[in-house]
Design a protein around this ligand. Structure first.
Ligand code: IMP
Length: 179
C-alpha cells in the first residue's frame, strides 16, 4: 500500500476490472449511436483512459474543465475553465467524472450541456459519495464504486494537485492535509 494512504480502498486490478464491466455495459447501450464521451478535466483522465479501452463501439472524445473544489472542502462556486470545442446538438453525450461529491459541479455542467440539446446526456463516474450529496435529481447512470464520506486520492483524484498518478485509490492520511 502507498505510504500516503491510511487505508487502501481499490487496487489497480479492481479498478481495471470495474472499468471493463462499465465499458461493456456502455458498449451495449451505445452501439450504433456514436457517443461523445466528455472527460471532466483534470481528475477523470486516468479513469477515462482505462474506460474507453473497454468501449467497443465507435465513439469520440471531448474534454471540459470546471472547478468547484479547494483543499478538502467543497465551495459553492463552479467556474467553466475550458469548454467543449464542438457542438453536441443531437449527439449522445456521456460525461465522465472522477467522483461525484456534493453534486454541485455536475449539476451546473449537466444544465449547461442540456441547454445545447444533445440527443441524450448521461453520467459515468468512477466514484460516488452519496452521503455528501446536496443537490437533487442528479442520476449517475454508470458508477464504478460507492465510497464513504472520506477524502480519497489516486487514479486521477488529487489533494492540492498531488497523487493523481497513483494507480490505486485510498483514503489520504489525515496528517498530510492537516499539516
Ligand atoms: P462536487 O461538486 O462537490 O460533486 O465536487 C466534485 C469534485 O470535487 C470532483 O470532481 C473532485 O475533483 C473533487 N472531490 C470531491 N471529493 C473528493 C475526494 O474525496 N478526493 C479528491 N477530490 C474530491
Amino acid at each position: 500500500m502507498n505510504k500516503i494512504f491510511e487505508e487502501l480502498l481499490f487496487s489497480h486490478e479492481e479498478i481495471v476490472a470495474r472499468c471493463k464491466e462499465l465499458g461493456q455495459q456502455i458498449t451495449k447501450d451505445y452501439e450504433g449511436k456514436m457517443p461523445l464521451v466528455v472527460g471532466m478535466l483534470k481528475g477523470s483522465i486516468p479513469f477515462m483512459a482505462e474506460l474507453i479501452k473497454h468501449i467497443g463501439c465507435d465513439m469520440e472524445t471531448e474534454y471540459m474543465q470546471c472547478s468547484s473544489y479547494e483543499g478538502t472542502e467543497s465551495t459553492h462556486n463552479v467556474v467553466v475553465k475550458k469548454d467543449l470545442s464542438a457542438s453536441i446538438e443531437g449527439r449522445h453525450v456521456l460525461v465522465v467524472e472522477d467522483i461525484v461529491d456534493t453534486g454541485l459541479t455536475l449539476k451546473l455542467v449537466m444544465g449547461l450541456l442540456r441547454d445545447r440539446k444533445p440527443a441524450s446526456l448521461e453520467i459515468v463516474s468512477l466514484l460516488n459519495k452519496q452521503a455528501r450529496r446536496i443537490v437533487d435529481g442528479l442520476e449517475v447512470k454508470y458508477l464504478g464504486f460507492e465510497v464513504e464520506n472520506k477524502f480519497v486520492v489516486g487514479f486521477g483524484l488529487d489533494y492540492d494537485g498531488l497523487y493523481r498518478n497513483i494507480d490505486e485509490i485510498g483514503v489520504l492520511k489525515k496528517e498530510i492535509y492537516m499539516k
